[in-house]
Design a protein around this ligand. Structure first.
Ligand code: 5GP
Ligand code: MN
Length: 365
């Protein structure tokens, strides 16, 4: 591990960099200045890090005189709407306007993929991304990036979030010149918000560089209290009623120390649960000494969405990749169980049996 020019020490993964290669930042800026039309794409079901990094980059590009757009597969949850401010008009959502989303990608002169390691993570935008011939730049912190798809790759798994990685990339640009105070308006808030949600407010995947980023942004005047209030003090009552029901009634703990909870459609309907309102639920069972892995299943029409969290020594990423058609990070991953394929009847009872059997198999390996 080498001391980096940008002070990015303590990176666990040196696959791509223990240092952000300044020449890559220069190449990125060359691509930006030559491009007419820039699309920023991130993963499906955008979370705080996906939206924060996209907005942070959008604001940086706008300040650089560009006219970028963010193209999402599906709309961000209402709970994150506070992040977009006056930029909501720069966001195109495939599920709301398919043609506009696809042509924005097709007609752009440069594409950024943020917080995703492969085109498939953008779900319905995958084809358009694969078909676009313009240069593509990846900025991501997930395991196993599909490097061949991109002209420039900024990939680091030993970092808290894509927002943190983007922060250090932007710091290295000429206009910012290693001075967080020179980031364009709205950029610091977006980056600090995404880093906060991906670390679960500094609880997971926090490195010296993460605190350095936070420290520099606070020193530059970023209002963290306002961010925390928007993120954590604005939920609807329903979330907490469902949380109580799940923990009190629904959570199961297997003999192997796997806690799992299933939110089927009738339960979600009963509590009028909207996208994003169960954020963080999956972390709670890890607070028990006897639990080594926690799994949350949420039913959708054709599948169950799966969230997995684990404690050190148990790989959420491997479990997600082996049995849940997904992946992510070592201790935080996700995936899905498709009805009619992974599950025959697609009932919640069958999903529960699947989780018990597969996690048992996984932990005995
Ligand atoms: P969450 O449980 O918060 O939805 O996701 C946790 C992590 O797993 C995130 O880093 C997310 O990108 C990743 N992840 C979630 N769902 C999937 C999936 O279906 N496929 C892959 N490859 N990663 C996923
Ligand atoms: Mn992320």
């Amino acid at each position: 591990m080498s001391e980096s020019r940008l002070g990015l020490t303590g990176l666990q993964d040196t696959e791509f960099m223990a240092d952000i290669d300044t020449s890559l930042i220069v190449s990125m800026m060359d691509c930006i200045s030559g491009a007419s039309g820039i699309a920023i794409v991130t993963h499906t079901h955008p979370d705080g890090d996906a939206l924060g990094s996209s907005l942070g980059l959008l604001r940086f590009l706008k300040a650089a005189g560009k006219d970028p757009v963010i193209v999402l597969n599906d709309r961000y949850p209402e709970s994150l709407a506070f992040m977009t401010g006056s930029d909501s008009g720069s966001i195109i959502v495939y599920e709301e306007d398919r043609e506009k989303a696809v042509s924005a990608i097709r007609e752009s002169g440069l594409i950024f993929c943020l917080d995703m390691n492969a085109f498939g993570r953008a779900e319905n935008l995958e084809k358009a991304l694969a078909g676009a011939s313009c240069p593509k730049i990846l900025i991501d912190h997930h395991i196993g990036p599909d490097r061949e798809l991109f002209d420039i790759v900024f990939s680091c798994t030993g970092i808290s979030s894509t927002c943190e990685l983007l922060y250090y990339i932007l710091l290295g640009t000429e206009s910012v010149g290693h001075d967080a105070g020179k980031l364009p308006a709205g950029c610091p808030e977006a980056l600090l918000t995404g880093m906060t949600t991906d670390t679960n407010n500094f609880a997971n995947s926090v490195f010296p560089s993460t605190f350095r980023m936070a420290s520099e942004l606070l020193a530059a005047g970023t209002d963290r209290d306002a961010i925390l209030s928007s993120l954590y003090n604005n939920y609807r009552e329903n979330r907490f009623r469902l949380m109580g029901r799940l923990l009190g009634d629904k959570m199961k703990i297997t003999g192997d120390g796997v806690a799992y909870m299933i939110i089927d459609r009738s339960l979600a309907d009963e509590y009028d649960i909207r996208e994003g309102e169960t954020e963080g639920f999956v972390n709670i069972p890890l607070g028990m000494e006897c639990v080594r892995m926690s799994i949350l299943l949420k039913e959708e029409d054709d599948k169950f969405r799966v969230s997995i969290r684990s404690k050190k020594g148990t790989s959420a990423n491997r479990c997600a990749a082996m049995f849940f058609n997904g992946g992510g990070h070592e201790l935080a991953a996700g995936g899905k169980l498709v009805k009619g394929r992974d599950l025959k009847t697609g009932s919640a009872a069958e999903a529960a049996a699947y989780v018990e059997a597969r996690t048992g198999e996984f932990l005995s390996m």
